[in-house]
Design a protein. Structure first.
Length: 371
């Protein structure tokens, strides 16, 4: 059992437990963990194995090793427990010296349709936080299966998105699960403030600047940012707008819109600040404004700007440009390829998950109405 600080025979701090699949870690996961950490002093996160997830939910997109690494990269996480059981028990909480378990206000069920948190709920060792509307792993998998740009279009397209998505899921749009159904994420300044440390660089800090799409934030991004962060003291990430990403990525990228990508990157423990809608070329004005000491890029190919110039021309001229090898060849395109190659499995997974949630919703409604 982990050591606890004691005062008069009692712990002097609160240990909070969270667990889950954390497959395709996104800002919704991060927001849940941020809220959980706020309820205590130390956050311990249990991550399920591939075998357990496949049994209860369907095949995960990422391997367990990739998922362990991603959760460790979230700045509110203090400890990660590998291979945590799918059903949360009092024995698990006691084993890791945790006072209570925290989960979002959605439902997680076993293959048999049982609430995985019922035991800790009955024992009064459960707390609930608000789920982030507008994003889920199911939704992101659905976007990739459709591979449309509708997730960052507005207005007249919203009805089309809901209709197209619901037909893919095999459900009528009026009978969707409220937990994995398609809904629009509405960004606010408050949400960005909650995710941001808000700390300026200290005098003498070596400031690093990187830029890119960081779409479907993944282990390749995480490893690259860690390598970049090691080059200095304060890491600024420039995030390109959706049209700019579409120009150099082509097809239907980005999968996640700019606001979603901002929060996903801000949740990373290596990131100090984000430039929202950064210019594609790293200019003299940008470097002087942020007092950039070094510009870092990975070993992925770089497309010239619209004027035909190298976007890193100015930092290279100053001798302030370096490339780093993250040691990880994961890309957003490879993730999409995993989904497409296993399309039938993931479509079945999404439909199965939503059906279980709708069945649970009906039971809850009947119970509330006294049936």
């Amino acid at each position: 059992m982990p050591e606890s600080k004691l005062q008069n025979g009692h712990k002097s701090y609160t240990r909070v437990w969270c667990d889950g699949c954390y497959d395709m870690v996104h800002f919704g996961h991060a927001n849940s963990l941020r809220q959980a950490k706020a309820l205590g002093d130390r956050l311990i996160v249990g991550v399920h194995t591939d075998e357990e997830i496949t049994k209860h939910k369907g095949p995960p997109v990422f391997t367990e090793e990739e998922r362990y690494k991603m959760v460790r990269g979230i700045k509110w996480v203090d400890e990660v427990v590998e291979g945590a059981p799918y059903v949360t028990t009092l024995e698990t909480l006691d084993k890791y010296d945790c006072d209570f378990c925290v989960h979002g206000d959605d439902i997680t069920m076993t293959a048999d349709g049982i609430d995985t948190y019922q035991i800790v709920k009955d024992a009064g060792r459960y707390r609930e936080v608000q789920r982030t509307a507008g994003v889920s792993t199911t939704d992101l998998v659905g976007r990739m299966l459709l591979l449309t740009r509708n997730h960052f279009r507005q207005g007249q397209y919203e009805y089309h998105v809901a209709k197209e998505h619901s037909s893919t899921m095999g459900q009528d749009s009026s009978a969707r699960s409220p937990w994995t159904g398609c809904s629009q994420f509405l960004p606010t300044t408050q949400k960005i403030i909650q995710f941001s440390d808000g700390k300026p660089p200290k005098p003498g800090d070596r400031i690093i600047y990187v830029a890119g799409a960081f779409d479907l934030f993944h282990v390749g991004h995480l490893d690259f940012l860690e390598k970049a962060w090691e080059k200095g003291d304060y890491l600024i990430v420039g995030l390109h707008t959706d049209p700019v990403v579409n120009r150099y990525k082509g097809s239907n990228y980005p999968i996640m819109n700019l606001h979603e990508r901002v929060l996903s990157v801000l949740a990373c423990k290596y990131v100090s600040e984000v430039v929202i809608g950064a210019p594609y070329s790293v200019t003299k004005d940008l470097m002087e404004h942020f007092k950039v000491d070094i510009v870092v890029h990975g070993e992925t190919p770089v497309m010239n700007d619209e004027d035909g110039e190298d976007p890193f021309k100015y930092p290279k001229y100053l001798g302030k440009f370096v490339t780093v090898d993250s040691g990880n060849d994961m890309t957003t395109e490879k993730i999409v390829d995993r989904i497409i190659r296993n399309r039938l499995e993931f479509e079945a997974r999404n439909i199965k998950k939503e059906k279980k949630e709708l069945d649970m919703l009906k039971k809850m409604e009947l119970k509330e109405n006294g049936y």
